[in-house]
Design a protein around this ligand. Structure first.
Ligand SMILES: Nc1ncnc2c1ncn2[C@@H]1O[C@H](COP(=O)(O)OP(=O)(O)OP(=O)(O)O)[C@@H](O)[C@H]1O
Length: 219
C-alpha cells in the first residue's frame, strides 16, 4: 500500500533528515512511528501525505510511483488518506460538526445519510456538547479530538496521525486508541507517530523507529 525504497530527504542545502529509509506498510496494517524529537517523524508523514517530495529514492503509494504522478491526480489520492497534523488545520468559520462532516460532504453524500454517524463519533471523542462551537473557541485537546474525528470519519484507506494523544489525558488517549484500532479492524492502514509509550504498549503493534535519519522496524 505504501512503500519507501532508499528514500532520502533534505531541506534546502541542509543535512539529510531521512537517509536510506526502507519499509512497506501493507493494507490494513497498524504501526507506530517512534524516535526522539527531531528524528524526522513529521517529515516522514508529510512525505506520505505528498506534502513534501523526497530528495532521492522511490515512494510508491497505492501502487503508483509518486514522482511520476500528474498534479491533477494528487487530490483524489489525498482523499484516500486521513491525516492528523500537529497544527490540526481545522476550518475556523465552520462549526465542529461541519468540520468533521466535511470529508463526507466532499464525497457528495447527503447529510441525512451521515448526520447520526457524525454525532455518534463526536460523542465518542467527547465533543458531543461542542458540536456547534467554532474551532477558535475549542481548547487544544478539543481541537485535537476534532481533527482526529475528521481524519477517521470517512474510513480512509490510510490514517496518518502525528502525536494524536499529545494534548489529551491518558484516559482519553486510550479511548482514541480504541477508535484507531476499530478503524484498522475495518481495513484502514494506520500509522501513528508518538512519544506516548503507554499508547504503544497498550496496542502492542510494531514500531517504525527513526534514529539519526535511519529507520528500523521493531516488533
Ligand atoms: N521545513 C523545514 N525546513 C528545514 N528543516 C526542517 C523543516 N521541517 C523539519 N526540519 C528539520 O528536520 C528535522 C526533523 O524534523 P521533524 O519535525 O520531522 O522531526 P520529528 O521527529 O517529527 O520531531 P518532534 O518529535 O519534535 O515532532 C529537524 O532537524 C527539523 O529541524
Amino acid at each position: 500500500m505504501i512503500r519507501f525504497e532508499n528514500v532520502g530527504l533534505r531541506y534546502g542545502m541542509g543535512p539529510e533528515v531521512l537517509r536510506d529509509v526502507n519499509f512497506h506498510l501493507a493494507p490494513a496494517s497498524f504501526h507506530f512511528l517512534t524516535g526522539p524529537s527531531g528524528a524526522g517523524k513529521t517529515s516522514l508523514l508529510k512525505l506520505m501525505f505528498l506534502a513534501n517530495r523526497p530528495s532521492r529514492g522511490l515512494i510508491t503509494m497505492f501502487g503508483q510511483d509518486i514522482a511520476t504522478l500528474p498534479r491533477a491526480d494528487l487530490p483524489p489520492l489525498r482523499r484516500r488518506i486521513g491525516v492528523v497534523f500537529q497544527e490540526f488545520r481545522l476550518i475556523d468559520h465552520l462549526t465542529t460538526y461541519e468540520n468533521i462532516a466535511l470529508p463526507l460532504k466532499i464525497q457528495g453524500r447527503k447529510e441525512e445519510s451521515y448526520r447520526a454517524d457524525v454525532e455518534e463519533l463526536l460523542a465518542w471523542v467527547g465533543l458531543g456538547d461542542r458540536m456547534n462551537a467554532k474551532p477558535p473557541t475549542l481548547s487544544g485537546g478539543e481541537k485535537q479530538r476534532a481533527a482526529i474525528a475528521r481524519a477517521v470519519v470517512a474510513q480512509p484507506d490510510v490514517l496518518l496521525a502525528d502525536e494524536p494523544t499529545g494534548n489529551v489525558d491518558p484516559e482519553m488517549g486510550q479511548r482514541l486508541l480504541r477508535l484507531f484500532v476499530e478503524l484498522n479492524r475495518l481495513g484502514t492502514c494506520v500509522l501513528i507517530a508518538t512519544h506516548d509509550r503507554a499508547l504503544v504498549e497498550a496496542a502492542g503493534a510494531p514500531e517504525l523507529v527513526l534514529r539519526n535519519g535511519g529507520l528500523t522496524v521493531r516488533g
